[in-house]
Unconditional design. Sequence first.
Length: 411
Amino acid sequence: MRAPVVIIGTGQAGFQAAASLRAEGYDDPVVMIGEEPHHPYQRPPLSKAFMTGKQDAQNIFLRPSAFYQDHRIDLLAGEKAVEIDRANRRVRLASGSNVAYQTLVLATGARVRTLPIRGAELDGVCYLRTVDDAIDIKTRLEDARNVVVIGGGFIGLELASSARSLGKSVTVVELQPRLMARMVAPLLSEFYRKVHSGQAVEIVLGAAPVEIRGQDGRAREVRLSDGTLRPADVVAVGIGVLPNFELARDAGLAVSNGIAVDAYLRTGDENIYAIGDCAEHPNVFAAGRVRLESVQNAVDQGRSVAAAIEGRPHRYESVPWFWTDQFDVRLQMVGLSMGHDRIVTRGDPQSRKFSVFYFRKGRLIAIDSINRPADHMIGRKLLASGVALTPDQASDESLDLKRLPPASPSM
């Protein structure tokens, strides 16, 4: 029997690679190795529906346990890979055992950035990455009155929305002068500030936590750089993540802002791929190399690698898309807006149903849609096909974007 395809990581990317291998008709052994003791599950609901009780723990799993047995996927949950022996194609586990591989897929994901301030070790300072983290925060929110969220990005604002929906007093602290500054245009930052303020969430911009003060080992208040104190029974920290590339680095593989891969998601070792949150890849929509943290990227890269292993390699060129739900507002994003030099709006922001189109040198590069799913779906097609859309066309609601002529062959 041939050595298996070994997948390190049991998140969305790792799961998709394993499932797609079987869907592609791959018949040799497949082994998944994951540090968490759980079967693969969805992360997006953890800060939203799961946190508010609209979705329970059993409904977040990607597949029932029987799936892995039925599809002959050997799932090693609660095991940590500690070393890659490239010369002998083996992975050493913390338990002391070794797993041989024919092909290795690194889907090691990312870990939370921690808060480097005094008092960050106090009970009640929480981070959200895993289902166990989510259960812990959810339990703490039951008895909490005051919640301070550190970070005004997707995770922070989703947690703020969930906590406020549960009736808690919520303060969001963001170092930047606007919310979601890395991801959206100022127009959308201000829109979301008003959304949260309208729900009685206090937004503090341009300030940083400098100390968490406690009593009897528990967090009680957060001191900010502006000198103010904010009461806090729970301090939820959402200041980004760091890619888990140490295993690859120690094996001599190139790393930067993640594990470096080529357009086919291969590392410098032809027998090793990297996918998902841990992988830095060339991306045609970014005009450079990026590392993306999204379900779409994890799923599409998992499928791409499975096809390559099965002998049908293709360049990874999927259109990136993302979403976030906060209160009754859904933001759907397609493309990558970094480097834009012009934006136009379609629809009225006052109606809470509008889209922002991003252009660079006259070419459409991204669309952010608020409660306008049709714009988002059209946007995916526009960016995938390279249709030449002008800013004037984007802002003209009388123009049916679905009827635009296809892109010319030269694009």
